[in-house]
Unconditional design. Structure first.
Lengths: 214, 214
DNA sequence: TAGTTTGGAGAATATCATTCTCGGGAGTGG
DNA sequence: CCACTCCCGAGAATGATATTCTCCAAACTA
């Protein structure tokens, strides 16, 4: 979220003048669209906005929009990636408070789960929503969007392996992939709705850590 | 998949005549739409069809369609539920070949995983595709669609628990929910695309069964 | 047979995403 | 200072779909 419309107009113009190159202005415009979309999502508490809404809110034009993005899906992808990067950073920060690899991983799992849940106070809002949509429509691009999170989990798992804490036959990358997928989708409403009590982060961790067989 | 258009016309009319009540005919019409949609999905190998296409193929009318279904999403839901029921049956049948509860569960997990994968020879076709869409748009209704599968897994897990094979603190229902979610979404392309080798059913089972911690 | 229900055909509408067309303003070279 | 050009806003046009509506005939009921 950049400063956006709160800044005094002269300042904006000054910035505009100083950062003159086309590329930079393009970047600024992209960001404006992203911010606009963010705002709308937060306000409506839902991820289904129209391109028009975004354009209006952004104070830019439809034409601009389609100059910056190949289509709506690219905006979604960008939003998703932004969200993932933020989440990764937050999770990484949280893991730094632990020193045991297992504990680090536990923190990561539980936090990821909480961040993916249909949020009570829509902060980084329901981002799994379009996550799932994009998962189907643009799986390839999703790979790169996920990559920072994927990297983080792989790293944590490697650390665990080096500390002899990982099952012998387990490959960090492959486990990371399975774990992330599981956590993010267990966080989805449906599954919870079948049960009297929603599934807790603790439970998810137990599931990932120890599986189910005695 | 009912007999549908392959049946000789006279037979259909005979049936039509004998099963006269409005309710029954409505049911038949619903089925026609479902079959039509199925066919299209199989043919195109993709799940994005238009209502028009379905209507044309069904030889019924648009009006009829909207009399039977509240909207496209209800058709999707119905298709999804049909698919889930079929899958459940298939899985249940497969588990009956095993006698150890663990083995039964293993078979169930692996088969579910395979059935949810972006199919090579689109039989019960890519049903996770709209599964994920609906998961977001109509989570409540999805509950009932899932229920047969959920029931099956719960049952298998209860059996495992009774044989002392389940972790002590694990509740069959809650585990069933987490497992299903995990398996079905690990089967989604994205995760696999990050890795050199796709994830195998065996790996998924290991993950669910034993978790990751040594 | 007259009335009622059912359902077909397909036109009309609504909602979006995406593309297109125009015109004005800002910078640039002469 | 004057064209000239490029960037971009405004918003109309297009296209694809879902959904609704209107008209009408066939089937069924009493």
């Amino acid at each position: 979220m950049t400063a956006g419309t709160e800044e005094p107009a002269w300042k904006q113009r000054a910035v505009e003048r100083s950062l003159r190159t086309a590329k930079e202005r393009a970047g600024q415009r992209v960001q404006k669209f992203l911010d606009a979309a963010q705002e709308i999502i937060v306000e409506k508490g839902s991820t289904d906005f129209t391109v028009q809404e975004v354009v209006e809110r952004s104070k830019l034009s439809l034409r601009s929009f389609y100059l910056q993005f190949d289509g709506k899906h690219e905006l979604l992808l960008a939003l998703f990636e932004e969200a993932v990067v933020r989440m990764s950073a937050q999770i990484r920060a949280a893991t730094d408070n632990e020193d045991q690899p297992v504990e680090q991983l536990k923190v990561a799992v539980e936090l990821l789960y909480e961040l993916c849940q249909p949020d009570p106070v829509a902060r980084r809002p329901l981002f799994t929503e379009f996550g799932t949509q994009l998962l189907i429509s643009h799986p390839i691009e999703m790979r790169t969007a996920y990559s920072s999170l994927f990297g983080l989990f792989t790293e944590l798992l490697e650390r665990l392996r080096d500390a002899q804490g990982l099952r012998d036959d387990a490959d960090p990358q492959r486990i990371a992939s399975m774990m992330m997928q599981s956590i993010m989708f267990i966080a989805q409403p449906t599954s919870a709705d079948m049960l009297p009590e929603p599934i807790s982060a603790e439970e998810v961790w137990e599931f990932c850590a120890h599986g189910i067989v005695r």
